[in-house]
Ligand binder design. Structure first.
Ligand SMILES: Nc1nc2c(ncn2[C@@H]2O[C@H](COP(=O)(O)OP(=O)(O)OP(=O)(O)O)[C@@H](O)[C@H]2O)c(=O)[nH]1
Length: 216
């Protein structure tokens, strides 16, 4: 990993704001977030107990603590194994966590999209566009910069690109029967065939290049 990547990923993905506990021990709160079934509980349990357990209660959300010794420092680590379901407010971990571990499963290919927001605050920028782009490239993610405070079209463009990414991904896994569509399936079939056609004619993107560095 390059210095830029490691410094950004440290800064963005694992920002640990150490706090001093009652006995002078630093405290670090980490929240594991990510899609259902990505392995948040399995990783938490493995880290806390060194054991891998096959079945976990998907509804369970809990916080665990573990005294750690990292880089010659005593640290009390608290881990929140989050479970987001309807009606639950993410504030509970957004306010609590000092760092977030974003978990995905390598067996569930969902597009990753990295958005650098607040470009209207250019004068306060601490992450350059090439740094953001390089981080996205490292994670094979699409990349956009935008601002919620500026014109709608720039935000809309980001969302449209995100929708396109997801649709491309869905079409990659569309069953082959779509090639033999009937009338009722003509809509999705057309889009699938266009996609295949683009690929065969060499004008279409392939998944590897599709997912990297669509800078806006
Ligand atoms: N082979 C393998 N299986 C894993 C790994 N991590 C998790 N699993 C399995 O994947 C399934 C889902 O894991 P969980 O830890 O429950 O996933 P989760 O993200 O906590 O899921 P939710 O609580 O539903 O959000 C379980 O059957 C785990 O045993 C891993 O590294 N390798």
């Amino acid at each position: 990993m390059s210095t830029i990547q490691s410094s950004i990923s440290k800064r963005n993905l694992l920002m640990m704001r150490n706090r001093s506990g009652s006995q002078g021990t630093n405290e670090v709160n980490l929240a594991l977030i990510g899609e259902l079934g990505s392995g948040k509980s399995a990783l938490t349990v493995k880290y806390i107990t060194r054991r891998f357990i096959n079945e976990y209660d998907p509804e369970l959300e809990d916080t665990y603590s573990k005294p750690e010794h990292v880089d010659n420092q005593d640290i009390l680590v608290r881990i929140m194994d989050t479970c987001d379901k309807e009606g639950k407010d993410p504030e509970r971990y957004l306010k609590w966590a000092d760092g977030y571990l974003v978990i995905y499963s390598i067996t569930q290919d969902a597009p990753l999209i990295l958005i650098g927001n607040k470009v209207d605050l250019e004068r306060y920028r601490t992450v350059s566009k090439p740094e953001g782009s390089s981080l996205a490239h490292f994670y094979n993610a699409a990349f956009f910069e935008t601002s919620a405070a500026e014109e709608f079209s720039s935000v809309e463009r980001v969302f449209h690109e995100a929708i396109r990414e997801v649709i491309r991904e869905q079409e990659r896994y569309m069953p082959i029967r779509s090639l033999y569509f009937g009338n009722e399936e003509s809509k999705s079939g057309n889009s699938f065939l266009t996609h295949i056609d683009d690929r065969l004619s060499g004008t279409g993107d392939n998944s590897a290049t599709l997912r990297s560095n669509h800078a806006v």
